[in-house]
Ligand binder design. Structure first.
Ligand SMILES: [Zn+2]
Length: 83
């Protein structure tokens, strides 16, 4: 059983045996160092209605969207605490 994490920039998926909110690594595909976020968050970001999207949402990386959504109260998750 593995957990999937998604590159915030190119959406490459990395598998890990443990479950955390995000892992930080340099992506082998796009070369960006960033927060690969757990797929459960990717799913929840997709559930945010378009009417709640800020200007530039389409140009934001996944982790930027996640931080925005948490800050604006669109997602009720604590990204700093334990899973
Ligand atoms: Zn990448």
């Amino acid at each position: 059983m593995t957990e999937s994490y998604v590159c915030p920039t190119c959406e490459r998926v990395e598998e890990r045996s443990y479950r955390v909110r995000f892992i930080i690594l340099t992506c082998p595909d796009c070369g960006e160092n960033g927060r690969f976020i757990h797929t459960s968050f990717v799913d929840r970001l997709e559930e945010i209605p378009e009417s709640e999207h800020p200007e530039g949402w389409a140009d934001m990386t996944l982790d930027e969207r996640l931080l925005y959504a948490v800050r604006e109260g669109l997602l009720q998750i604590d990204i700093t605490g334990p899973m």
